[in-house]
Design a protein around this ligand. Structure first.
Ligand code: SF4
Ligand code: SF4
Length: 374
């Protein structure tokens, strides 16, 4: 197992971290037998960082992980959990949460405490409710050791958050296809230049980078028929010096074994392998249904259709064939009455699109070709 020292803070973690948000459930309850088996095999194979959060798996996550981990000597692994600010409205509610989390986790302290999924709105809440003073007081009491944040918003918000506090670490969504979205690779470099250790989440883009059509996957398999597609995604992020930990939400033994295989003999990518990744990235970007650049010149649609949002789903599905992800994103549009089915073909958007996309025709084609969305 590859281990990395975080430098800014005195901890050393396995490069592969155990993300527990995707543990399988049976009839709404965590499959405990499988969950214990996964935690045991992870721990026994050298994984020493376990990531969780209070709201994961309908609130069952922390207490399950607490039971699973209490069977091991506390100073042989690191626990990370989060302050999920959307669950609380007042300072008083926040002040009480840490004791509940320690109880859930059956421990006296949490190693890495994360301000969860920060965006503009949650960042404002942190400032408004004086949240950093609260977590600082927990640190003084020995209840938490290190303070970081995870992030989901645009680069400008990221930069503001990064410079707001002397963070011990940050947790970013990064993979070889998402170098320009959210904080992107630019945000990684900002953290690296400040000496802030980076944890990567979604290294395989929620599974998208583990499943390609034959043409794309053969680019990797022709080079090494034994390396799994996901191993390339892990090695891409692991090749970045500032990345100290890569989280993977492992929920099958096969997935854990494949990941261990990658991280037990971890090798950074060489130049030739970086070129292969660039080739795959270019191929994937070519497989788009609609050449929408998401410039948003066509908005607002008088009927409320989120035109680029719909085309994003169409294009992502063409690239990754991930039906679950397409359904999930389409439901969000539907809930906001912004999905393609709202379009009445009024044609008002047509002249606004610099790419000359036949918007109503393409929206209708999307609904026809992705019938599973209806
Ligand atoms: S054609 Fe459809 S998407 Fe375009 S403005 Fe009209 S309703 Fe909106
Ligand atoms: S104007 Fe055209 S390219 Fe720009 S977001 Fe709308 S559909 Fe996409």
């Amino acid at each position: 197992m590859e281990y990395r020292k975080w430098k800014k803070i005195p901890i050393e973690t396995s490069l592969l971290g155990f993300g527990s948000m995707r543990l399988k459930t049976v009839n709404g309850k965590i499959d405990e037998e499988l969950g214990f088996k996964l935690v045991d095999q992870a721990y026994n194979n050298g994984i020493n960082y376990f990531d969780m959060a209070m709201p994961y798996i309908d609130g069952q996550n922390e207490s399950f992980m607490g039971r699973a981990l209490k069977r091991y000597k506390r100073d042989t692994f690191y626990i990370a959990t989060k302050l999920s600010l959307w669950m609380f409205n007042t300072k008083e509610e926040i002040e009480q949460v840490i004791d509940k989390q320690l109880k859930n986790l059956q421990t006296d302290y949490i190693d890495c405490y994360i301000m969860h999924a920060l965006n503009k709105e949650k960042f404002e809440k942190i400032k408004r409710l004086g949240v950093m003073d609260i977590v600082e007081s927990w640190r003084k009491q020995g209840k938490i050791k290190y303070i970081g944040f995870s992030f989901h918003d645009e680069y400008d918000v990221y930069k503001e958050i990064l410079d707001f506090y002397d963070w011990d670490f940050c947790q970013l969504q990064l993979n070889y296809m998402d170098q320009d979205s959210q904080q992107g690779i630019k945000g990684y470099h900002d953290a690296f230049n400040k000496g802030i250790p980076v944890i990567v989440m979604e290294p395989v883009k929620g599974g998208d980078l583990a499943n390609f059509n034959d043409k794309v996957s053969s680019i990797f398999y022709d080079y090494n028929k034994h390396a799994s597609l996901s191993s390339w995604a892990f090695r891409w992020v692991g090749s970045l010096e500032g990345v100290k930990l890569i989280l993977s939400g492992m929920n099958t033994i096969e997935q854990l074994k494949d990941n261990l295989n990658t991280f037990n003999n971890f090798k950074s990518l060489n130049n030739k392998e970086h070129d292969l990744i660039s080739k795959v990235r270019a191929e994937l970007k070519n497989i788009v249904e609609v050449g929408c650049t998401r410039c948003e010149y066509c908005l607002p649609c008088p009927y409320g259709v989120n035109i680029p949002g719909n085309f994003k789903i169409f294009n992502s599905y063409a690239m990754y064939k991930n039906e679950g992800s397409a359904k999930f994103q389409f439901k969000e549009l539907k809930d906001n009455k912004a999905d393609a089915s709202i379009c009445v073909s009024c044609g008002e958007c047509l002249s606004k699109c610099p790419q000359s996309i036949q918007i109503p025709t393409q929206l209708a084609r999307m609904l026809e070709e992705l019938r599973f969305l209806k």
